[in-house]
Design a protein around this ligand. Structure first.
Ligand code: AGP
Length: 364
């Protein structure tokens, strides 16, 4: 991809639409059908070392941290290694216990975010093994880490991350599949995930074909006082990222919560002027999520659902295509990028350069 606008008015719009090709690129040349696994050439982690990993800790900031939340779930699900994600900015200030059996992973689009780089340097100083999941080739974080996975999203110009977010989530799916197949993930499950990954570019194109509908919805919700974003487990990082996206680009206040946390406080905010975006994959938590929609409806809240089928409790549903449940967060985030974009457009915001923000935060 180039810096040429290719008929788009903003880089954000262009980059959202580039996701079909970008996802194709992160997969290209990496799938090994013979062993139902993937090859990640730059990982520098042999099978014996991979088997010795007891825990995975993922570090990043903003959207990169959110992809880390998705990555941690994928690694736990596919490789059955305990994994979690933490903002790099918090990690580096809390004198963390650095464990030799933990694999640390730094995530960054630019590879130059100061807090993430400082976390990597602190880890290296303490003797940890640190991998990078990075977009910009040869960037500081790519150089300082012991190895890693390039995300191959191509240049991302808009301050608001879209295609890099999606490609990083796919890169984590590849890493989780690789670790899983070295450990206990079966050939059948490996095949299933590979088939799901291969379907993604066409399914992203399908979501993007629904843009006109999402534009209309953005018009309906653009004047909200505030927006609530909720999801459970796989839906939760998607809700967090969608809330950040909306805030950054449209300046509409938004909050993100695990759906199960609503009743512990945020339910007090629900009223017709505070609509909820609910991320409801068709997984084993769908019924629980539907109960959450009922709780919101009972408080006169409006609901926009992102789901695999029409949700009758919701005022509107954006239907996304089904894939393997583990990969749901990848596709479900995409309509919400369009929602943020069209909300910002309806409100006349400076989409590629939102106020107060820089593309990469290279200072403390
Ligand atoms: C994303 O939309 C943001 N602009 C921001 O949160 C960003 O993801 C964060 O600053 C981290 O940047 P990086 O990926 O370049 O490290």
């Amino acid at each position: 991809e180039s810096y040429d606008m290719g008929g788009h008015d903003t880089y954000m719009h262009k980059e959202i639409h580039e996701q079909v090709d970008a996802v194709d690129r992160v997969l290209r040349g990496r799938i090994d059908d013979r062993f139902s696994t993937v090859h990640l050439g730059g990982l520098n982690l042999d099978a014996r070392e991979a088997r010795g990993v007891r825990r995975v800790k993922i570090l990043g900031c903003g959207s990169a941290y959110h992809t880390g939340l998705i990555g941690a779930q994928l690694i736990e699900e596919l490789a059955r290694i305990p994994a979690d994600a933490e903002p790099a900015s918090e990690f580096r200030y809390r004198n963390p216990v650095v464990d030799p059996d933990t694999l640390y992973i730094a995530v960054s689009q630019s590879g130059e975010t100061y807090d993430t780089l400082a976390a990597v340097q602190e880890l290296k100083r303490k003797g940890a093994r640190v991998l990078g999941v990075v977009n910009v080739v040869g960037s500081a974080i790519a150089r300082e880490t012991d190895g890693g996975v390039y995300v191959h999203a191509g240049p991302e110009v808009c301050v608001v991350s879209t295609k890099c977010f999606t490609n990083t989530a796919v890169a984590f799916a590849l890493l989780a599949l690789h670790l899983g197949r070295i450990r206990d993930l079966s050939v059948a499950d490996g095949k299933r995930i590979i088939a799901g990954l291969r379907k993604l570019p066409e399914q992203i194109a399908e979501v993007l074909r629904g843009e006109e509908e999402i534009k209309k919805l953005a018009g309906e919700y653009a004047n909200a006082k505030s927006m609530m974003f909720v999801g459970r487990v796989r839906g939760y990082p998607v809700a967090r990222e969608a809330s950040l996206k909306l805030k950054e680009v449209s300046y509409v206040h938004a909050e993100a919560y695990p759906a199960s946390e609503l009743k512990h406080g945020p339910l007090a905010l629900i009223e017709p002027e505070v609509p909820t975006v609910a991320v409801l994959p068709d997984d084993d938590l769908l019924e629980k999520n539907r109960a959450t929609l009922e709780e919101i409806k009972a408080r006169s809240g409006r609901i926009l659902a992102v789901a695999h089928r029409e949700q009758e409790k919701a005022d509107h549903t954006i239907v996304v295509p089904r894939n393997e449940v583990e990969l749901d967060p990848i596709l479900m985030g995409i309509p919400l990028q369009l929602l943020a974009y069209h909300t910002a457009l309806a409100l006349g915001r400076d989409i590629d350069k939102p106020r107060n923000l820089a593309k990469s935060v290279t200072v403390e």
